[in-house]
Write a protein that binds this ligand. Structure first.
Ligand code: NAD
Length: 476
């Protein structure tokens, strides 16, 4: 397989002038390609080109932008095999899930924002001070958006950022993760077919150098990050510099799964098969923290152990695998460290608990029974690791959940709809599922609270986040 390794600036592919970073294949540990980073002058060139392109793109009609997004969606579907080849190799994801699932979602996100561009709500016109002072509200684009993406869903997270931003009339400079730059560099050739030069630019490199010089650039009006809490803090600092910038932060998660005594346990376990282990658990919404009614703790533990024993993981090109390796050796060691410390603290490792020997960065699907205050129950592990902790009554589970530093995703399992609704309403989380987990709708907002950040991805709400509301008053 050959890979595009050049940056995409002002409508052209150009060689990076900074240090080369290796993009690996996590399933084997081999280097797929060396990608030269952008140097400072290239970061500046990308932002300057986005700034220049905004002068025209910001003036296009919603219909023109909508058409471009619709065509991009069609082209993504037409190229889904080649995009899936690159994404699967570089991110270690089972090919069939990427091609049929994630890329379908990527196309859907462009299509949704193509529609949304033409349906911006909230425009009012009336006379409020007197009938001779007509007020109206407009929603206008902001300008250049600096987008910083993570490695766990390289193309999908890029779509969540690019599509609403350009649908609203902004222009974008996006930096993929240094671990997974290859699929977005390929996608750039598709974007180039339907967008004027400079509307979307892709630059590569690490966070501290390239990312930092992008987010501190004076012409950047908004920073949109999906990443770690630590990186979120760096973005907030950058946004408080000489030029104040709007921020949109999608940070980590540690999703509680509250299982009441009357829950349908077969449905729970079948759902967690995917909701906990898809993408090897490297997912900010992964169902990773099971809080279970004490009366059914043993039964749930046994059922989860059996399910975990039947999970199939391995090389992403295999047709039967449910998940692949972790992204890097460092990430696998990080996961192993959490489990080792839990073992040392007296937690019970019910299933799994070991790195897999041989090539690639695989880790066994793992179930750990641990008390609520344990590090492994409180911190984001970002791996195929589930914890289980028993509660005496559901109110305690809600209290524990709301005390978490994170507030992104959560779920409640009960056959009693009143009980489920009461718990869902009491949870302070951006999303709460009832009797399911991890099911996304492009029409619905996705975002967090507390250290999970703020701002919404997906939905009309996201389009709003990428616009500025303005008041215009005309005296007659
Ligand atoms: P990360 O924060 O280490 O990296 C994310 C991106 O930020 C990368 O492109 C990186 O190069 C860049 N970056 C790092 N430091 C920077 C700096 N100082 N300035 C500018 N850019 C910088 O996160 P990651 O390890 O790639 O991704 C995993 C994290 O992302 C997890 O915590 C996960 O929960 C979170 N995540 C959240 C969501 C969500 O919707 N809330 C979705 C996916 C992932």
């Amino acid at each position: 397989m050959s890979f595009e390794t050049r940056l995409f600036i002002n409508g052209d592919y150009v060689r990076g002038q900074g240090p080369a970073l290796a993009a690996h294949e996590p399933a084997t540990g081999k280097v797929l390609a060396d990608v030269a980073s952008a140097d400072r002058a290239q970061v500046d060139a990308a932002v300057t080109s986005a700034h220049a392109a905004f002068a025209k793109w910001g003036q296009t009609t919603p219909k023109e932008r909508s058409l471009a997004l619709m065509r991009i969606a069609d082209a993504i579907e037409a190229h889904s095999h080649s995009l899936a080849d690159v994404e699967s190799a570089n991110a270690g994801k089972p090919w069939r899930y990427v091609q049929a699932g994630e890329l379908a979602n990527v196309a859907d996100v462009f299509r949704f924002f193509g529609t949304a561009a033409r349906n911006v709500p909230g425009i009012a016109a009336n006379g409020f001070r007197s009938n001779r002072h007509t007020s109206m509200m407009r929603r206008d684009p902001l300008g250049v958006i600096a987008s910083i993406a993570p490695w766990n869903y390289p193309l999908l997270m890029a779509a969540w950022k690019i599509a609403p931003a350009i649908a609203a009339g902004n222009t974008v400079v996006i930096k993929p993760s240094e671990n997974t730059p290859l699929s977005l560099l390929l996608l750039a050739s598709i974007l180039a077919e339907f967008l004027p030069a400079g509307v979307v630019n892709v630059i590569c490199g690490d966070g501290p150098e390239v990312g930092q010089s992008l987010i501190t650039h004076p012409l950047v009006r908004m920073i949109s990050l999906t990443g770690d809490v630590r990186t979120g803090r760096a973005v907030l600092k950058a946004a408080a510099g000489e030029s104040i910038k709007r921020t949109h932060l999608e940070l980590g998660g540690k999703a509680p799964v509250i299982v009441c005594a009357d829950a349908d346990l077969d449905s729970l376990v079948e759902t967690l098969r995917e909701a906990s282990f898809y993408n090897a658990g490297q997912d900010c919404t992964a169902a990773c923290r099971i809080l279970v009614d004490k009366s059914i703790e043993q039964e749930v533990t046994d059922k989860l152990s059996t399910m975990i024993g039947s999970l199939v993981y391995g090389a992403p090109e295999r047709d039967d695998v449910e998940f692949g390796p972790l992204i890097t050796g460092a990430q696998r060691d990080r996961v192993a460290g959490f489990v080792e410390r839990a073992r040392g603290d007296g937690a019970d490792i019910v299933a799994g608990g070991n790195a897999v020997s041989g090539q690639g960065y695989f880790y066994e699907p793992t179930l750990v029974s641990a008390p609520i205050q344990s590090e492994i129950v409180q911190k984001e592990v970002f791996g195929p690791v589930l914890t289980i902790t028993a509660f005496d009554e559901p109110g305690t589970a809600v209290e524990w959940s709301n005390a978490s530093e994170y507030g992104l995703a959560s779920s409640v399992w009960s056959r009693n709809s009143v009980q489920a609704m009461n718990i869902a309403n009491a949870l302070q989380y951006g999303v709460t599922w009832v009797n399911t987990h991890g099911v996304f709708a492009t029409e619905m907002p996705h975002g967090g609270m507390r250290n999970s950040g703020y701002g919404s991805d997906l939905s009309m709400q996201s389009l709003m986040d990428y616009t500025q509301i303005r008041h215009i008053m005309i005296a007659s």
